[in-house]
Design a protein around this ligand. Structure first.
Ligand code: XMP
Length: 329
């Protein structure tokens, strides 16, 4: 696409002009497409004066940290620090059940970790980083600054998403937002132009608060994290094997804090249930549940019950958005 190629070239030039020759830039990589594309673009413009961090908050999916770090380092050659903050996040989340409190805690903890990273960097390079890269897209810009008279405002927020504008005000970083005029499909195309692997570019969206909003109740309860990681991995792999991944906007497993009675190997069990959710959507604002055929669901269900310890029941979510939201919390 020559048009997008030109946009890319212009954006790279803009970034090189905006960032002074001695300025350093920081960027938090979430593991998603937007931040990866934004960082790669900025890296083309200013090289290793870009400093990225990937924060492992302990709420990542199965092998997520290893997988995204491999993409950043081997495919994209990005300068990235992997920051393990698992204990810090899980410690703060212990015993917390309320969904909004979980989100607030995760948002605040993320800011604290990012602040720590930026101070450590400052000691290393001998000056304060001056800019912050964000993978803001055009729809984020519209959603966070609703046009006057549209009747929308921040006070109508249904869930507190923590990826837009969520950094400490005293950080005094200027923003670099090279994707802020683009839609998601354009970002994916631009990613391909920048050498982001196709499998990474087509990844389903994943919420900032991670598995915390997919484990109902306390995220640190029992083996919830480990269990949901395995169930989710089985579900996603089955979807990929069936060739359905790109037809689905998002798919995932949810941990239910209820125990139900089952019978496995002639024995009575009293174990947890997981819910599966898969949706189609244009933009995440509205969604329909994905109509799998019965055999597919039956196969996934038996695979999960047979391989994931502590699970004896699988249910499928057949609710659209509205009335439900995409995530369960
Ligand atoms: P909901 O659950 O609000 O989700 O219907 C709509 C879309 O947004 C994603 N989502 C988030 N993304 N930070 C994010 O970056 C968040 O805090 C967050 N919460 C939900 C969700 O996965 C779906 O794609």
């Amino acid at each position: 696409d020559w048009q997008l190629q030109n946009v890319l070239k212009e954006e790279i030039e803009k970034v090189s002009k905006m960032v002074g020759p001695d300025d350093h830039v920081i960027c938090a990589l979430s593991g998603g497409v937007d931040s990866a594309v934004a960082a790669t673009l900025v890296h083309r413009a200013i090289g290793d004066r870009l400093h990225c961090v990937f924060v492992d908050n302990g709420l990542c999916r199965y092998k997520e940290r290893e997988r995204v770090m491999a993409t950043f380092e081997k495919d994209l050659h990005l300068p990235v620090t992997c920051w393990d903050a698992t204990e810090q996040f899980l410690g703060k989340l212990k015993g917390v059940v309320d969904p909004e409190r979980k989100r607030k805690i995760i948002g605040a903890e993320f800011i604290a970790v990012f602040d720590e990273f930026s101070h450590k960097l400052e000691r290393e390079i001998g000056k304060k980083p001056a800019f912050l890269v964000q993978g803001t897209l055009y729809p984020d810009v519209i959603e966070s600054c609703p046009p006057p008279g549209s009747g929308k405002s921040h006070s109508h927020t249904i869930k507190s998403h923590h990826n837009v504008g969520g950094l400490p005000p005293d950080m005094q970083l200027k923003l670099v937002e090279p994707l802020k005029w683009l839609f998601k499909d354009e970002v994916r195309e631009m990613g391909k132009l920048l050498g982001v692997p196709a499998s990474f570019v087509s990844r389903h969206p994943f919420p900032g608060p991670g598995l915390a909003v997919r484990i109902m109740g306390d995220v640190t309860q029992g083996n919830a994290l480990e269990t949901i990681r395995l169930a989710d991995e089985i579900f996603i792999n089955s979807i990929k094997e069936a060739g359905l991944y790109d037809k689905i906007w998002q798919a995932f497993a949810v941990y239910l804090p209820v125990k139900t009675v089952g019978v496995q190997g002639d024995k009575r069990t009293h174990s947890h249930a997981v819910a599966l959710r898969a949706i189609t959507s244009e933009d995440g604002m509205t969604a329909d549940w994905y109509h799998f055929d019965g055999k597919f669901l039956a196969d996934v269900s038996s695979k999960i019950c047979n391989t994931v310890r502590g699970i004896n029941r699988v249910v499928y979510d057949i609710t659209s958005k509205p009335p439900s939201t995409v995530e369960w919390e």
